[in-house]
Design a protein around this ligand. Structure first.
Ligand SMILES: [Mg+2]
Length: 381
């Protein structure tokens, strides 16, 4: 049993070192909800990846805040929590809100790893000691700036370059990049920016020998992606469409994709992420770990997850300094060229730099009945 005494919810505001543009628009700063669990004299952390706007998914930091404070947090404090893997059952009455659930569940896994005195990677069943890293490069103000950025990332040793794309920032860009670097591992991510009228246009990208085309069509679709995949030599990778193991099975069986992107927040926590990983592995579908502009806390959780055996393609687990001038935990440890390693010791994730270079508000916390507040849920907004 893990006796959780308190859940602290904290919102921080972090300016990005460089603005990041996707087909959704430009991001210059992130509001991030952090979960801090107090239990067994230990402190464990989780990070919610929901954005400020409901563009990537229908959740936002504000919906995650509300549902954590009013539903998930109290349920967790009332439950008998055996381990991280108990959380899906504890949260089962709440539909959706997967990013909010993941932040709490992942903090419980972090706690369990500390109690067991093993690393989070080990607890999750990880076997890889070296994780290959790729980078995701946002839409740039000009082609020249994109080329410069790619040159920098390749020089840093990253093993896969992923280009965010949208209509008007696609074929010509891929052509220019392929002309300069014919042999690099290159992929693209459209974040649902195309429709069926673009089928021939997308099919013409086969000439660029892309590792994958990520989520070209609707964010909630399998069927039209399966029609597109039949037309393409290039593998489709699904991201937004995959919410859980059943979605992964449907997408694989319908041949909507041949690669899966796993984001632990998008699927609701480590338990479901492992289930998606295992389902894909049994069917011979490789996976990789996608990034959501996380701080070091979320990033360390992604690295631990990426140590599972079927994460055979380079993930978006690049150095913290690519995103933040000041991260909230000690940035990624020893990085070899284009790789990273999961932590050997239990992941403590002390946010020792909270406040440095970030603005943060500690919002009301939720306490176990009798703990400090003595009155159950002590939070109010
Ligand atoms: Mg994506």
């Amino acid at each position: 049993m893990l006796n959780i005494d308190a859940i602290h919810m904290r919102e921080i505001n972090m300016p990005l070192a460089h603005p990041f543009e996707t087909s959704f628009g430009l991001t210059t700063a992130r509001r991030i909800l952090l979960i801090e669990l107090e239990a067994e004299g230990l402190t464990a952390w989780g990070e919610c990846v929901a954005g400020e706007h409901p563009y990537f998914s229908d959740e936002t930091i504000d919906t995650a805040w509300l549902i954590t404070e009013s539903e998930l947090g109290p349920s967790l404090l009332d439950a008998e929590v055996e381990r991280g893997g108990s959380c899906p059952n504890i949260f089962r009455q709440v539909r959706g809100h997967r990013m909010a659930k993941a932040a709490l569940e992942n903090a419980v896994w972090d706690l369990e790893a500390q109690v067991e005195r093993i690393s989070l990677a080990e607890l999750l069943g990880g076997t890889r000691s070296v994780i290959p890293c790729g980078v995701s490069i946002g839409i740039q103000p000009s082609q020249a700036q994109l080329m410069e950025k790619i040159a920098t990332e390749l020089a840093a040793g990253y093993q896969r370059i992923k280009l965010k794309c949208k209509p008007g920032w696609d074929t010509k860009i891929f052509e220019a990049v392929r002309n300069r670097w014919p042999d690099i591992t290159l992929s693209c991510d459209a974040n649902s920016a195309y429709r069926m009228k673009d089928l021939d246009h997308i099919a013409s990208w086969d000439q660029f020998n892309l590792l994958m085309i990520e989520q070209p069509l609707w964010y909630d679709d399998f069927y039209f992606h399966s029609m597109l995949q039949k037309r393409l030599k290039t593998d489709i990778c699904l991201d937004e469409s995959i919410r859980n193991r059943r979605d992964a099975l449907a997408a694989i069986d319908m041949e909507s994709c041949r690669i899966l992107n796993i984001k632990v927040g998008r699927v609701g926590g480590f338990s479901e992420a492992i289930a998606v990983h295992n389902a894909a592995e049994e069917r011979g579908i490789p996976v990789w770990c996608g990034g959501m502009l996380e701080t070091g806390i979320g990033r360390s959780h992604n690295i631990a997850l990426s140590s599972l055996p079927n994460f055979s393609l380079p993930g978006d687990v690049s150095a913290s300094s690519r995103y933040w001038s000041q991260d909230i935990i000690e940035p990624a440890r020893a990085r070899l060229r284009g790789t990273t390693r999961p932590h050997r010791s239990p992941d403590r994730s002390p946010p020792d730099a909270l406040g440095k270079g970030t603005s943060h508000r500690l919002k009301p916390s939720i306490y176990r009945s009798g703990y400090r507040s003595g009155s159950g849920v002590a939070s109010s907004r």
